[in-house]
Design a protein around this ligand. Structure first.
Ligand code: EPZ
Length: 422
């Protein structure tokens, strides 16, 4: 029996071909650093198109606990960080959400002190934060460890040239935020190029920061003395969009995915078309039509603009229903294959060899009881359930709530039989 932890579950009755329109929400992985970046200023911040997700609500709590004043209503978050008077994130927060690490850069830059517990590992890897810390130390912070917590202090951060060994999204964001109030110019080489990094740069510019090159491998940030309030609208979530595109493909459906930024979806569009899915672009919408027989694929996950690791589990579910042998190589996270065993419960034929999976397409998945081992794995299990014969129960649905706004409701709007029993 799957370990259920007593949490909520999602029930899926498969076989319906999805059809209709779905509107994509604001981008979670852009929103999380932008919320932290609100700590950089005393001014009023208004963030529009904010997705109502458990990770977003948690980051709001992190800001509230530091002394910021926030409101969140109808997709609009307001933040005022004038009265921040605490500089430490609680262990419980960091333990629930590693993105809590985003507050250390802005806290250090504005107040000269930041304390946070080390994040620890999770289901997809050991998730170290050495790039974040090394960069802040290089910019002038003093680091001490105290009973599992790090304590960073500085009189004033100084701009530096920082080379990242790997284009880490989190480290790039943290350095950009810290550099916005540092003395002089910081240059990040081998920076992450993800759409959410570009959105963070737009936000920092809107509050008076000076950032150049976001979306390329070299980002430069000229520090300023003070930043001001602003209003900003979150970009659409490319991974949510990709997940609905995969849902259309796996059910051989016909849907329109509305409100997307096409350029952020290029790697996903290319791979789905390669396996036989028809995709037509129209302004900021995509018409996605699945085909009965899907071809196998070779996918290697890579930092943007390569194929996103956050779409890897959903593509694995899809390729389990293709005809032939597919290969997925995961190069971003060392342990992002927990969903393989869950897909196997449904009859998928997937073999793991190190960081590579061989997927032998199967005629029909069978509904089963499965566990969402992490956020994207959970979405993949729901997708597999949509294509399966018979009912599927996905336990640990709380993982899905971290990153998909009104997931079941949106799927139901496309004709899926998806419910969450009380
Ligand atoms: C972000 O995580 C995303 N999270 C993840 O999305 C996403 O999978 C990941 O980027 C890669 O795209 C958020 O944006 C909140 P990284 P992050 O730093 O920033 C190594 C989802 O499903 N590394 O780019 O934590 C690390 O171990 C989530 O929405 C170091 O070695 O990822 C990994 O192998 C899950 N030292 C690689 O770099 C460091 O200091 C990429 O990590 C930092 C990272």
């Amino acid at each position: 029996m799957p370990k259920t932890n007593g949490d909520s579950c999602i029930q899926v009755n498969g076989s319906a071909r999805l059809k209709g329109e779905v509107k994509i929400s604001g981008n979670k992985n852009a929103a999380l650093p932008i919320l932290a970046a609100a700590l950089l200023t005393e001014g009023d911040i208004t963030l529009n198109n904010m997705p109502n997700l458990s990770d977003i609500r948690l980051m709001r709590t992190v800001l509230d606990e530091l002394g910021a004043k926030t409101t969140f209503d109808n997709g609009v978050m307001t933040i005022n960080a004038r009265d921040v008077n605490k500089y430490e994130t609680r262990f419980e927060m960091m333990n629930q959400m590693r993105a809590s690490i985003y507050v250390i850069g802005p806290l250090l830059a504005r107040f000269g002190v930041a304390r946070a517990p080390l994040p620890g590992g999770c289901a997809i890897g050991s998730r170290p934060v050495d790039f974040h810390i090394n960069a802040l130390v290089r910019m002038g912070a003093t680091l001490t460890f105290d009973h599992g917590s790090m304590d960073l202090r500085c009189a004033k951060l100084r701009g530096q040239r920082i080379y990242l060994d790997f284009p880490s999204v989190g480290a790039t964001a943290n350095i950009m935020m810290a550099a916005a109030l540092a003395e002089g110019t910081t240059v990040i080489e081998n920076a992450a190029e993800e759409p959410h990094i570009q959105d963070l740069a737009w936000f920092i510019k809107s509050i008076g920061g000076r950032v150049n090159g976001a979306g390329t491998k070299t980002i430069s940030i000229e520090g300023v003395a003070k930043l001001h309030g602003a209003s900003h609208t979150m970009i659409p979530d490319n991974i949510e969009a990709g997940t609905f595109m995969a849902a259309a493909a796996i059910t051989r459906g016909n849907i329109s995915v509305e409100g997307v930024q096409l350029k952020d979806l290029r790697p996903i569009i290319v791979k789905l078309m390669e396996c036989g899915v028809s995709i037509k672009e129209h302004k900021n919408a995509l018409k996605v039509v699945g085909r009965k027989k899907l071809d196998p694929l070779k996918i290697t996950t890579l930092p943007h603009p390569g194929f996103p690791t956050d779409m890897q589990p959903q593509m694995m579910a899809l390729l389990s229903t293709a005809e032939g042998v597919s290969i997925i190589k995961e190069t971003v996270w060392e342990n992002r294959f927990m969903h393989v065993a869950e897909l196997a419960r449904m009859g998928a034929n997937v073999n793991v060899q190190g960081n590579t999976c061989v997927i032998i397409g199967t005629q029909q998945l069978n509904g089963s009881k499965v566990v969402a081992t992490d956020l994207r794995a959970g979405a993949a299990m729901v997708l597999a359930g949509l294509a399966a014969e018979g009912p599927t129960t996905v336990y640990r649905a709380d993982h899905i709530d971290r990153g998909y706004e009104r997931f079941e409701e949106k799927l139901r709007g496309l004709g899926a039989d998806v419910t969450r029993p009380e």
